[in-house]
Design a protein. Structure first.
Lengths: 279, 248
């Protein structure tokens, strides 16, 4: 995008315009040609027996397995369980992260109380808490949701806290000269100003929630995509494992798209978003 | 919150009818020299005062104190309750549309109507629903002026409002401020580096040096003012002289 801007500003703009018009269409083709070729190569290697299906299933096999898992309903059931865990963990993380960031971002005392312990905790790898969580919460849903919630609260807290603290002091001064009350300043100046950072944090949090879920579901779970994959391991079903991987990949992609959509709708005042949409 | 008192209480007897009275105002940061040094200044209702001075002469500190952004530690400041400030940067909230910025913090069902009216007055009627980041520098300052005027201030402070604009836009904005002041007749304190701007707009020019008033001259010319006016030339050299610049 920036390349296009520079080109139109230069004297060769007249030549650049028709080029950029057909370039995206060709770009789509060249962009997906290489992955498509790799999948073909993979299929060929499996079909000729060059790659053992014990190590990795062929793409055709993955599609077939995915279809049969969907037909007998086990994929949907496991997916629903995983989605519910990630969703409830994220919801808890959002409430906790936003709440703590508001406390420490809006008052000095709150920062002293909240920020230091959180900064210490955040250096712990959350996954190292798995054994402790199992001891505390057993092997039901609680430790899994708690792990997702713990891991994804930090990016939300850290980014929103940073966003609140880095509000342009000139805008706060302006709010004072206009006689805005503290509550109004928070509502009209601080929170909207910190929203871009909150969304960045949310994006990280969504990514981390899937990571946490993968680990949580592979330890002591009896349902979910991760459990489905661990189960398949016992029977050397690489096709099912790969179906699980594909699902995780698609989930990551979809949740990223949702956050992107939130960014374009909530931050429509930012000129970069307008350029991106009109281009 | 700080010691800016309403006029009726804080005004000294001699200048009871003034809109703004600064008396013995001293301000220092740490142990350094005084930024404002026992400063006295009175601005009459409806008077347009230009405040000139080098960087560090204390003019910004004075304006911030009058705006209520800096506390009054020594001396007294009395000013009307309804004041507005226009800064060098427009300081519009990028996430609120122009009209919402204009009536920020204002209540009432007619908010939008009032915003539209004042935006039309400053010549921004066509950008009412625009996002601030899409405005040009001149348009953003017009919006900032609208935001200041919608509060119907008795005292308007302008802190180098045109310094970041190009020369042509600046001329238009000066004309606009002159027109608006003629209509609204509020007291104005214009902080500026530009002697010509002061002479075009103000009733009185005050030159600040090391926290004290060095020169305080009336500008008794009829409006609209012309650079070719011999009094303009004379006052220009007086002001430049007291700013330490010797022309020609």
């Amino acid at each position: 995008m920036s390349g296009t801007l520079i080109r139109t500003a230069s004297p060769v703009a007249a030549r650049a315009v028709p080029r950029s018009a057909w370039r995206p269409r060709l770009g789509v083709l060249t962009r997906y040609a290489s992955p498509f070729f790799l999948v073909l190569l993979w299929q060929a290697a499996c079909s000729t027996g060059f790659l053992s299906t014990r190590l990795v299933a062929s793409p055709a096999q993955i599609v077939a397995t995915g279809w049969s898992l969907t037909r007998d309903g086990s994929l949907q059931t496991n997916l629903a369980v995983s989605l519910a865990r990630a969703g409830s963990g994220l919801a808890i993380a959002f409430v906790a992260g936003v709440g703590l960031a508001l406390i420490s971002g809006l008052s000095r005392l709150g920062e002293d109380i909240v920020d230091a312990p959180l900064q210490i905790l955040r250096t712990l790898p959350a996954l190292a808490l798995v054994p402790l969580f199992i001891l505390w919460f057993g092997i039901g849903e609680t430790p899994k949701i708690a792990l997702v919630a713990l891991g994804s609260s930090f990016p939300i807290y850290l980014n929103l806290h940073k966003g609140i603290r880095s509000i342009d002091p000139k805008l706060l001064e302006m709010a004072r000269t206009l006689g805005l009350s503290r509550a109004r300043t928070i509502r009209d100046v601080i929170l909207p100003g910190a929203l871009p950072d909150l969304l960045v944090g949310l994006r990280f949090a969504v990514g981390i929630s899937w990571l946490m879920l993968v680990v949580a579901e592979q330890v002591n779970a009896d349902s979910g995509i991760g459990h489905m994959m661990m189960d398949a391991e016992d029977f050397l079903r690489t096709d099912i494992i790969l179906v699980g991987l594909v699902i995780y990949g698609l989930l990551g992609l979809a949740s990223d798209q949702i956050v992107r959509f939130l960014e374009t709708t909530l931050l429509s005042w930012r000129p970069s978003h307008r350029i991106a949409r009109s281009a | 919150m700080n010691a800016v008192a309403p006029v009726a209480q804080g005004a000294v007897a001699a200048s009871r009818d003034a809109a703004v009275v600064v008396h013995g105002l001293t301000r220092r940061f740490g142990d350094g020299p005084a930024v404002l040094d026992r400063l006295d200044l009175a601005i009459a209702p409806g008077e347009f005062v230009a405040l000139l001075g080098h960087s560090g002469s204390g003019k910004s500190t004075l304006l911030r104190t009058l705006a209520g952004l800096d506390p009054v530690t020594e001396g007294s400041v009395a000013r009307p309750r309804e004041v507005s400030v226009v800064f060098q940067e427009s300081r519009l909230l990028p996430w609120k549309r122009v009209w919402q910025n204009t009536v920020l913090g204002q209540d009432g069902a007619d908010r939008r109507d009032r915003a539209v009216a004042v935006l039309e007055e400053v010549g921004l009627g066509h950008r009412i629903d625009a996002w601030p980041l899409t405005l040009s520098g001149g348009e953003a300052q017009r919006a900032a002026l609208a935001r200041a005027l919608v509060r119907e201030p008795a005292f308007l402070m302008l802190d180098e409002p045109f310094a970041a604009l190009d020369a042509l836009t600046r001329l238009k904005m000066q004309q606009l401020v002159s027109d608006l002041w003629t209509r609204h007749r509020c007291s104005v304190l214009l902080v500026t580096h530009d002697v010509d701007e002061a002479l075009l707009l103000a009733d009185r020019a005050v030159v600040l040096e090391r926290g004290r008033i060095r020169t305080d001259v009336p500008i008794p010319m009829d409006r609209p003012r012309r650079h070719a006016d011999p009094r303009f030339e004379h006052l220009r050299s007086v002001l430049l002289e007291s700013l330490g610049v010797h022309d020609g």
